[in-house]
Ligand binder design. Structure first.
Ligand code: PGA
Length: 249
C-alpha cells in the first residue's frame, strides 16, 4: 500500500507564507518515491495561492481543514464544498480533535459532513482518537468504535482512494508526546478490525494514518509499523525542510 503523508497547517500561514512553503516543498520533493502521496490541509484564505504554487510534476494535493455540509445558504461564516472546489482543492479534513473538542463538533454532525463530502466527490481524511481520560479509563476501543460507527452508513462510493482514517490520540497532539510503538500498534489494530467489521473486505485496504507529534526523527519508525499507512503532521509540517524530511523518511 502506498503511504499518505499528510500535513495540517491549522491556523498558520498567510497567503505569501503558504506560497513560499509550497514552492520550497515542491523543490525538495521532486524525486520522492512513487509509493508516497503528499497532502496538505491549508487554511481557507491560502488555498488558492497554495494550489497555484504547485509544481505539476510533484504528487502533492491540497485540502481544506473544514467546510459546512450544505450547498449554499444562510450559514454565516461557513464555507461550502463548491467554494473549496473553486480554489482547486478536493480533499477535506473531518473530525479533527480540535474541531471535536475546541469547536464542539459532535458525532452526528461529523457523520453528516463525511457523508456529504463523499456524496459530492470530495476525498476525506477522517480523524479519530481518545482523550487521556478515556485511555486511562480503559475506553480506547469503545471510543474508536463510537467514532467509526458512522462508517456503516457512508455513501456507497466510499473507497480506499477517497477515504482515509487518521488515528490521533488527543493527548499526543501538539504536546510533543508521541504514542509509543506498542500504543500505535494496538490502536491501529483496533481500527483495522472496526474497518473490516463496518466495510467488509474493503476495510482491509483503507489507509490508517497516525498523527500526534510526528517529527522528522520519529517518522521512519512509525510508518514501518503494521497497519500504519501514513502520517498526519501538525507542527512539524509548517517548515518545508522538516515536512520534506518526514515525507521522505
Ligand atoms: P501535531 O498535530 O503534529 O502538532 O501533534 C497533529 C494534528 O493535529 O493533526
Amino acid at each position: 500500500m502506498s503511504k499518505l503523508m499528510a500535513a495540517n497547517w491549522k491556523m498558520f500561514k498567510t497567503r505569501s507564507e503558504a506560497t513560499t512553503t509550497i514552492t520550497e516543498l515542491c523543490g525538495k520533493l521532486n524525486n520522492i518515491p512513487s509509493d508516497r502521496q503528499v497532502l496538505i490541509f491549508v487554511p481557507f484564505t491560502a488555498i488558492f495561492d497554495a494550489t497555484n504554487a504547485l509544481d505539476k510534476s510533484v504528487p502533492l494535493a491540497i485540502g481544506a481543514q473544514n467546510f459546512y455540509p450544505a450547498k449554499e445558504g444562510a450559514f454565516t461564516g461557513e464555507i461550502s464544498l463548491s467554494m473549496i472546489e473553486d480554489v482547486n482543492a478536493n480533499w477535506v479534513l473531518i473530525g479533527h480533535s480540535e474541531r471535536r473538542h475546541v469547536l464542539g463538533e459532535g458525532l452526528e454532525f461529523i457523520e453528516k459532513k463525511a457523508s456529504y463530502a463523499l456524496e459530492n466527490q470530495f476525498n476525506v481524511v477522517f480523524c479519530i482518537g481518545e482523550t487521556l481520560e478515556e485511555r486511562e479509563a480503559g475506553k480506547l476501543q469503545d471510543v474508536l468504535k463510537a467514532q467509526l460507527d458512522c462508517l456503516s452508513r457512508m455513501p456507497s462510493n466510499i473507497n480506499k482512494a477517497n477515504f482515509a482514517v487518521a488515528y490521533e490520540p488527543v493527548w499526543a497532539i501538539g504536546t510533543g508526546k508521541v504514542a509509543g510503538p506498542a500504543e500505535i500498534l494496538e490502536a491501529h489494530a483496533i481500527v483495522r478490525e472496526i474497518l473490516k467489521e463496518k466495510m467488509g473486505a474493503q476495510g482491509a485496504d483503507i489507509k490508517i494514518l497516525y498523527g500526534g507529534s510526528v517529527k522528522p526523527d520519529n517518522t521512519a519508525e512509525i510508518i514501518l509499523l503494521d497497519n500504519v499507512d501514513g502520517v498526519l503532521v501538525g507542527g512539524a509540517s509548517l517548515q518545508s525542510e522538516s515536512f520534506a524530511q518526514i515525507v521522505q523518511a
